[in-house]
Design a protein around this ligand. Structure first.
Ligand code: SF4
Length: 305
């Protein structure tokens, strides 16, 4: 049995009585308690908050929606809502605090996506069941490194991960992520494109493709299939990906992680397609939930940044 003893410097020592085999006497051995960890001992840095392209998109619309989604995910097993960092007395904002990505060279195109005879499909997210068939089977050459699908692309440096719908390898050897939207192409509401939040997703996916395939995509594509209109208003938007877009992405990830408020941005364009709103989790909602694809374009002037 051990006994506690207080010694001169105030430290508590534990003494142990040990009897050797064949020896009638016992000897006390003093086992000092481990020193408390010095304040100067280097501590491991906490892992950055894991984020996805979808988190970026959601934060860009409404930081509180992203925070509620995060809280829902953290208790996905028992269905309860995890802790939410947004304070109860938060003041709602008119716009998300995340500044716009570079939009100057975004191109908006009506009609079918341009595909060349030398292009082929090298990645497909099998988790999605409504993706369009863009290639005949002989031009589908899925990269074995990302099988079996669905295979999440991971960026360990920036601490985020996600799955584009498709990745096309162009005839010139470049890789292009494609994100499919069932809605129709929006044009005319905004100088660049009606759904700026889609360009956020394209930039994030370009970065993931660059890390996974080892080559920087020249651009990402958002493809609008207009499934409700039979393709009459289909089209695609091409979002360039270069140094400016990567800088924007890095700064956006830092901003999201350091935001301890994550305020709501109540607006019909946001709230009508917000899943936490469908579950009655938001008391700031400005509109009734209309469905998962009910995301309206921005009608206001573009935000600065
Ligand atoms: S309902 Fe509106 S304000 Fe509330 S979290 Fe959703 S988008 Fe944000």
């Amino acid at each position: 049995m051990g006994r506690e003893a207080l010694v001169g410097n105030g430290r508590t020592l534990r003494t142990w009585a040990v009897q050797r085999p064949g020896c009638p006497s016992t000897r006390n051995f003093i086992a000092p308690r481990p020193e408390p960890r010095s304040m100067l001992t280097p501590q491991a840095a906490p892992a950055p908050e894991h984020l996805t392209p979808h988190d970026l998109v959601t934060y860009f619309r409404c930081p509180y929606e992203m925070e509620l989604n995060r809280a829902r995910r953290s208790h996905a097993v028992d269905g309860a809502l995890g802790p939410v960092r947004t304070p109860a007395d938060v003041v709602p904002l008119r716009h998300s605090p995340l500044f716009n990505p570079p939009l100057g060279h975004v191109s908006v195109n009506e009609g079918r996506l341009d595909l060349g005879m030398g292009d082929r499909l090298v990645y497909e997210d099998d988790g999605e069941d409504d993706l369009p068939v863009l290639f005949p089977s002989e031009r589908v050459k899925l990269d074995a490194r990302f099988a079996p699908a669905p295979h999440t692309l991971i960026d360990r440096e920036l601490g985020f991960a996600g799955r584009p719908d498709l990745v096309i390898e162009r005839a010139d050897g470049s890789f292009v992520p494609v994100e499919y939207k069932a809605t129709h192409l929006f044009v005319g509401y905004h100088e660049a494109h009606g759904r700026t939040f889609d360009t956020v997703q394209a930039i994030a996916e370009c970065r993931l493709v660059e890390v996974a395939f080892g080559r920087r995509p020249p651009h990402g594509v958002i493809l609008y299939g207009d499934s409700a209109g039979g393709g009459a208003r289909e089209g695609w938007v091409e979002i360039p990906y270069g140094d400016a877009e990567e800088r924007w992405l890095r700064a956006a990830l830092v901003q999201i992680r350091s935001d301890s408020v994550r305020p709501p941005v109540p607006a019909e364009r946001n709230c009508a397609g917000c899943e936490p709103n469908a579950e009655g989790l938001c008391r700031y909602a400005a509109a009734r939930y209309e469905g998962p694809h009910h995301r309206l374009p921005f009608f206001e002037a573009p935000r600065g940044g």
